[in-house]
Design a binder for this molecule. Structure first.
Ligand SMILES: O=C(O)CCC(=O)C(=O)O
Ligand SMILES: [Fe+2]
Length: 292
């Protein structure tokens, strides 16, 4: 959890409100920004469109959430030609909703704010790993990060056994900056004790999750935290709608993520082969398409 993070409060508040207003729109309007096909990385995905636990190979029911995501091509030159499949995937075109200009401006500003904050956190990470402060800068100077807006509506039907608002998973990149609100049926992380712990929503703070690529960089010294969003209890006499905004910080699409020397004890060897940032992301996305 970070506080005193230096992100601009007005930009954060505007992003949050614009997100709420977007999810309040009728579903056919939201679908004007629909993903062109399942497994596409960006655009609007309605409730039950995705199964996050499938990214870990688990067969579970689809998630009870709706999402809107966009990626780095929002900030890119339109004439840029991708060098390979990984870059083409990461820089896929972003669908935007019809009549959503204010929404687009607000959430793009939020993305920029989170990108700057992620860069500052990566510098702290470098120092914590006994590396020069700027060590990660060259891996994130044309970052492949995505912003995902999430809405968990009130339940309209009984969940099927094993169904969650967001299935058990870890995030894929370097780190995630999550803004969430206090609502029933919230975020839980799996601790080293193996138990699920609720993550409190403290106003003015962000939750920071380590992603898979940071785990690989550090040879498991830092673990990508397993997390899930639980189903709210029934009949609580108030709305259980919950909103969150997840900024998935992703190194440059062509960054090679290989074990960092300072993370190896004498005689220890790397647990993972080097992997391309874009290649890893694309493989994870393909696995989460809802089959329900
Ligand atoms: O809504 C949340 O609090 C978490 C969402 C999440 O974990 C994700 O989309 O990766
Ligand atoms: Fe997540």
């Amino acid at each position: 959890m970070v506080t005193g993070h230096g992100a601009d409060d007005a930009v954060v508040a505007r992003g949050w409100q614009a997100t709420r207003a977007f999810f309040d729109r009728p579903v056919d309007e939201k679908l004007t920004a629909g993903m062109p096909y399942p497994g596409y990385p960006y655009g609007y995905s309605p409730v039950k469109g995705e199964t996050l636990a499938a990214s870990l190979g688990d067969a579970t029911p689809a998630d009870l959430k709706e999402t809107f995501s966009f990626g780095p091509s929002a900030f890119n030159r339109l004439d840029h030609k991708p060098a390979d499949d990984a870059e083409a995937f990461v820089f896929s075109a972003n669908p935007w909703p019809v009549g959503g200009d204010d929404f687009r401006a607000a959430v793009m500003a939020y993305y920029r704010e989170m990108s700057a904050l992620a860069g500052r956190i990566m510098r702290f990470f470098a120092l914590a790993l006994d590396l020069p402060e700027t060590h990660f800068d060259r891996f994130i100077d044309h970052e492949a990060s995505a912003l995902r807006l999430l809405n968990y509506p009130d339940l309209v039907e009984d969940p099927v056994p094993g169904q969650l608002r967001a299935g058990v998973h870890s995030d894929y990149g370097s780190l995630t900056i999550l803004m969430q609100e206090d609502a029933p049926g919230g975020l839980e992380v799996k601790g080293l004790d193996g138990a699920w712990h609720k993550v409190p929503a403290t106003p003015g703070s962000f939750v920071i999750n380590i992603g898979d690529l940071m785990q690989r960089w550090t040879n498991d010294l830092w673990k990508s935290t397993l997390h899930r969003v639980t189903i709210p209890p029934r009949d609580i006499g108030r709305s259980a709608r919950r909103q969150s905004m997840a900024f998935f910080h992703q190194p440059n699409w062509d960054a090679e993520i290989a074990c960092i020397e300072t993370c190896l004890a004498p005689g220890e060897s790397a647990k993972y082969p080097p992997v391309g940032s874009g290649e890893y992301l694309a493989s994870k996305f393909r696995s989460t398409v809802s089959k329900a």
